[in-house]
Design a protein. Structure first.
Length: 92
């Protein structure tokens, strides 16, 4: 973390923003009092299509029958919805 005054930020905004983009955090002061913190966002940037493909391309195929069997073993295989099936209501 670096502390800079407002004047320094005003003179070098592009350079400071590049440093923030690279991961640096700045505390900006005015008359010796901290007025702002500049830091990279804490959330992850969304992946683009090529990045998503790279992440999922090597995942094993889904065996839906096995997945259903595991769900039935865990929750039981009785009618989970009962008489109040919201999908049936939409069809009617």
């Amino acid at each position: 973390m670096k502390v800079i005054d407002q004047r320094e930020f005003d003179q070098n905004p592009a350079q400071i923003m590049e440093a923030v983009e690279a991961g640096e955090t700045y505390h900006v002061t005015r008359d010796g009092t901290e007025v702002a913190e500049l830091r990279p966002p804490t959330y992850r940037q969304p992946l683009n299509t090529d990045e998503v493909i790279a992440v999922v391309k090597d995942l094993p195929p889904v065996d839906y029958a096995e997945m259903r069997a595991e769900a039935d073993e865990f929750w039981g295989n009785e009618d989970r919805l009962g008489d109040d099936d919201p999908w049936e209501r939409r069809r009617g």
